[in-house]
Write a protein that binds this ligand. Structure first.
Ligand code: ADP
Length: 159
């Protein structure tokens, strides 16, 4: 059976930390669906359509990666796309505590879905979307934290 994983998140914006988790995940899974949750508590900064466009661009040469949006429970989205795995990245102990609760709730709701964690590369530990967003917001150069395929130009910024 094809091993399909969903990599859910807000990706506001998608960073090299996210990119690395997805590329490493390709060694484990046949297909990965990067899924942007559209109904989270978090207020969005970059529009959903823009985030989809950026992630598609990052993986445009990788046929085993798809990009989708969803506004249901993550486990329900997994069932809809026949994914038996949820992929998440872990940076710190704080991430672990947060992720543990979500993973255990998800597993309690849907026994057939396993959550798989990949530890971040040491050099990506401090990278998070909030900081990258702040750099962009205040006109700084965030390119070293963004996937090579993404060159944010002025038009994409929200000043
Ligand atoms: P969420 O809103 O679900 O926290 P994020 O977009 O912040 O969404 O993150 C999505 C996933 O990517 C989470 O599992 C998160 O831990 C992971 N992640 C975020 N930044 C990094 C990074 N720098 N290295 C590895 N994993 C990361």
């Amino acid at each position: 059976m094809e091993k399909i994983a969903v990599f859910p998140g807000s990706f506001d914006p998608f960073t090299i930390g996210h990119e690395s988790i997805v590329r490493r995940g390709l060694q484990i899974f046949d297909k990965i669906i990067v899924a942007i949750g559209a109904n989270t508590e978090k207020a969005e900064y970059f529009p959903l359509k823009t985030r989809v466009k950026w992630i598609k661009k990052v993986f445009e040469n990788e046929p085993r990666i798809e990009v989708a949006t969803y506004s249901s429970l993550t486990v329900d989205f997994c069932k809809k796309v026949n994914a038996r795995f949820l992929l998440r990245g872990l940076r710190t102990a704080a991430d672990f505590e947060y992720e543990r609760a979500i993973a255990q709730v998800n597993h309690a709701m849907e026994k057939d879905i396993e959550v798989v964690f990949l530890l971040t590369l040491p050099e990506h530990t401090f990278i998070n979307s909030t900081l990258v967003r702040e750099i962009i917001k205040y006109g700084g150069d965030a390119s070293k934290f963004l996937p090579a395929a993404l060159h944010l130009n002025k038009a994409d910024r929200k000043d």
